[in-house]
Design a protein around this ligand. Structure first.
Ligand SMILES: [Zn+2]
Ligand SMILES: [Zn+2]
Length: 104
């Protein structure tokens, strides 16, 4: 049976691929595409579990240029290693902190 005419959708949720979901600054995945995502000091700065594990596994410069850590601002000389993405980078200390946050 159909035709009651009552729809459940209130229509309050905007549809769209980038509907304000937090995205990983390293790989661009949205929070619903990863199992965990944690934020940095800036609202736009986030890293997902995949990239944290990738950074930890690499323990060295990533595909991007060596640069200061986007999370704490330390320079490559001041940390053991910095994993650089195309736009952002994360150091060993911030990788560990992100891991701890994800495991809580
Ligand atoms: Zn990621
Ligand atoms: Zn850092």
């Amino acid at each position: 049976m159909e035709g009651s005419g009552s729809q459940r959708a209130p229509g309050g949720t905007p549809k769209g691929p980038a509907g304000g979901k937090p995205r990983c600054s390293f790989c661009g995945r949205a929070s619903n595409e990863t199992s965990a995502i944690v934020g940095g000091p800036e609202a736009w700065l986030k890293i997902c579990n995949g990239c944290v594990y990738g950074a930890r596994a690499a323990r060295s410069d990533g595909p991007g240029k060596p640069r200061s850590c986007s999370f704490c601002g330390r320079k490559p000389k001041e940390v053991q290693w910095i994993y650089g993405g195309s736009m952002v980078a994360i150091c060993d200390g911030c990788t560990q902190r992100s891991l701890d946050e994800m495991l809580i």
